[in-house]
Write a protein that binds this ligand. Sequence first.
Ligand code: F6P
Length: 366
Amino acid sequence: MLKQKKIFTVFLVILNVVFFVLPVNSYAYESRHSFGNSNNKKTIAILTSGGDSPGMNAVIRAFTKTAISMGMKVIGIRHGYEGLLNKDFIELDLETVSGISCLGGTILHSSRSKEFNTPEGVKKAADICNEYGIDGIAVIGGDGSFRGARDLTNAGISCIGIPGTIDNDIKCTDYTIGFDTAMNTALELIDRIRDTSKSHDRCFVIEVMGLRCGDIALQTGLASEANVILVPEIEYDFQKDVIDRIKAAKLNGESHFIVIVGEGVGGVSKISKHFEIAEDIQAETGIETRYLVFGHLQRGGAPTIKDRIVASKMGIHAAKILNEGKENRVIAQKNGKIIDIDITEALEMDRPFNYELYDEALILGQ
Ligand code: F6P
């Protein structure tokens, strides 16, 4: 009887090993070493590159869920192109991407890679994709990241660009993911500054982000009733565009003043102009003037509903066109519709600054 019991226990242990332990280990091996080669599934990857922007996680979720629903396998490349060169991969499944749309930043992390910017770097990245069976990559980022996507496509790996940057500075699209959230963050901060500015009858010079594009400055300037808005697209005359406007507002009864300065005003050297402008305003007008830079505060925070929806739609579109075998495309929003455009054409496009809105904002700020 005892012997029979022992035999039965050994039998149960063998059953456990065969049905539970072995399958778990082989899955772990497969996800680490052979992402693209199981079951002949098409394997596509996604990475985030350059400055992060709120909404990137919503893209990752929508892209992953759409790809999986179409029978594809999805790899997350961590730390942008740098991570691709370092084979920093994770498999994305439905569980990994659940509940991430509300998170700012990017769960995949981001970087600006120097090595990938060389022909050797691109070749190495393409070889790694082939080694891991990665058939295509969606790159969320700005113009610089799209140039990388074009180079990688030319090296044989199908890439699709998705516009993700708070600056709204990508020419081929009316909208870039993160812009709305960044503007709402900046607007809330300006409103707070206005409270203290009003209490002390002061002038505040505020620098908002946007190295090559004044859209954040223009739109937050209009919405916050700024008296002066300086953008990188328009050269300004200090006397006429700053001092005379502040004096005129004072004559109209204003006792406090808001001056919004886009980051790239005075050139893209990254040497801020806000403190010089503030010092000169105080010297010329006698109004006590303070300055501050919102900087990276504008890059963080939970994405607004607009960013989550645009991000989701762009993520879905990217997964669909990669499944169709399209490559070298950038996803864009044009007149409210999500479309895709050839990357090279997209990089050469021109989107004029909204001078009409700028003039309106200046009339209202008087
Ligand atoms: O993502 C765009 C941006 O925020 C620009 O507005 C700004 O000039 C730049 O990135 C800052 O980059 P970094 O985070 O590398 O300092």
